[in-house]
Ligand binder design. Structure first.
Ligand SMILES: Cc1cc2nc3c(=O)[nH]c(=O)nc-3n(C[C@H](O)[C@H](O)[C@H](O)COP(=O)(O)O)c2cc1C
Length: 273
């Protein structure tokens, strides 16, 4: 049996269980004063590397949102589990102009590309500039932001995901009750689950081309993960037809892939070898 639940203000937080990343966003106000507060509505937006972007959601009356509107710059800092109390200290309703970091064990350090400070104790940091600000009527606002830099503690990038998850031990937010009691868990119970391909998907059983591809072009196509292969075939063959070609050569495929940002680095990210 299931029952429908009443949708009340802040349903996303107290009615719906929504595990989320915990971040502390640092900004500067017009006078250059530091502000810091936790934010979890923080998601990837444009995932390609030519214009990488994030999407964030804010109550419009927060100092953070107002500072972003005025100065366009901010830093997303991810604290470790052992700084949960410090993170919650920054969540209090401090008056405008107060630097919340001064009431915590966090150390502000200069950022690389933007003026608001980064937090030294956070292993994973993203420096951003606002690109679009969308104010929803009588509700929240969305900020679409350019990623100017991703900065990590040295050594983290080289670790495999399993090792890195353990080394960072980021808290996961589980929502709140009455805007008073906030719930978190750590990442001590993490399992890995390998996605299973059809046995020879990487040999291209699901890649149906509609015009001849030369051997090298076909081999390059096989490096594209099966999930994207149909899309790549459609785009490549459409582009070939537009150029009056009736076959795909490796030169044509490689030039087009570069134009779309699918260079060797892109393809290498998915390659199994
Ligand atoms: C873990 C956590 C996540 C939060 N996420 C958001 C969020 O995504 N958007 C938002 O508007 N407020 C969020 N809040 C509430 C703000 O942090 C809180 O209103 C804070 O006082 C705002 O501070 P500021 O006015 O200095 O920006 C979150 C609070 C916590 C504890």
């Amino acid at each position: 049996m299931k029952a429908e639940v009443k949708i009340r203000p802040f349903w996303y937080s107290d009615a719906w269980i929504f595990p989320k990343l915990v971040t502390i966003i640092t900004t500067l106000d017009k006078q250059g004063r530091v502000n810091a507060a936790p934010y979890s509505f923080v998601m990837q937006w444009d995932v390609m590397h030519f214009k990488p972007q994030m999407m964030l959601g804010f109550r419009q009356d927060t100092h953070t949102f107002q500072n972003i509107c005025e100065t366009k710059e901010f830093v997303i800092n991810c604290p470790r589990w052992d700084h949960l109390d410090d993170m919650m200290t920054t969540a209090r309703f401090w008056p405008a102009g107060i630097n919340e970091l001064e009431h915590t064990a966090f150390t502000p350090v200069p950022s690389r590309k933007v003026r608001p400070p980064s937090i030294e104790e956070c292993p994973q940091i993203m420096e951003c500039t606002a690109d679009q600000i969308i104010r929803l009527e009588r509700s929240n606002a969305i900020v679409i932001a350019n990623i100017e830099a991703i900065v990590m503690d040295e050594g983290l990038e080289q670790m495999g995901r399993a090792e890195r998850i353990k080394a960072m031990n980021l808290p996961v937010g589980l929502g709140d009750e009455r805007r008073l009691d906030y719930f978190y868990c750590d990442t001590s119970n993490v399992v890995m689950h390998r996605l299973k391909d059809e046995q020879n998907a990487y040999q291209g059983v699901n890649a149906k081309t509609n015009m001849p591809w030369d051997d090298a072009a076909e081999a390059a196509l096989m490096e594209v993960p099966p999930a994207f292969r149909t899309l790549v075939i459609d785009n490549t063959e459409r582009a070939a037809r537009e150029k009056g070609l009736d076959a795909v050569s490796i030169k044509f495929f490689a030039d087009l892939a570069r134009e779309y940002g699918m260079d060797q680095e892109f393809i290498g990210r998915f390659s199994k070898s």
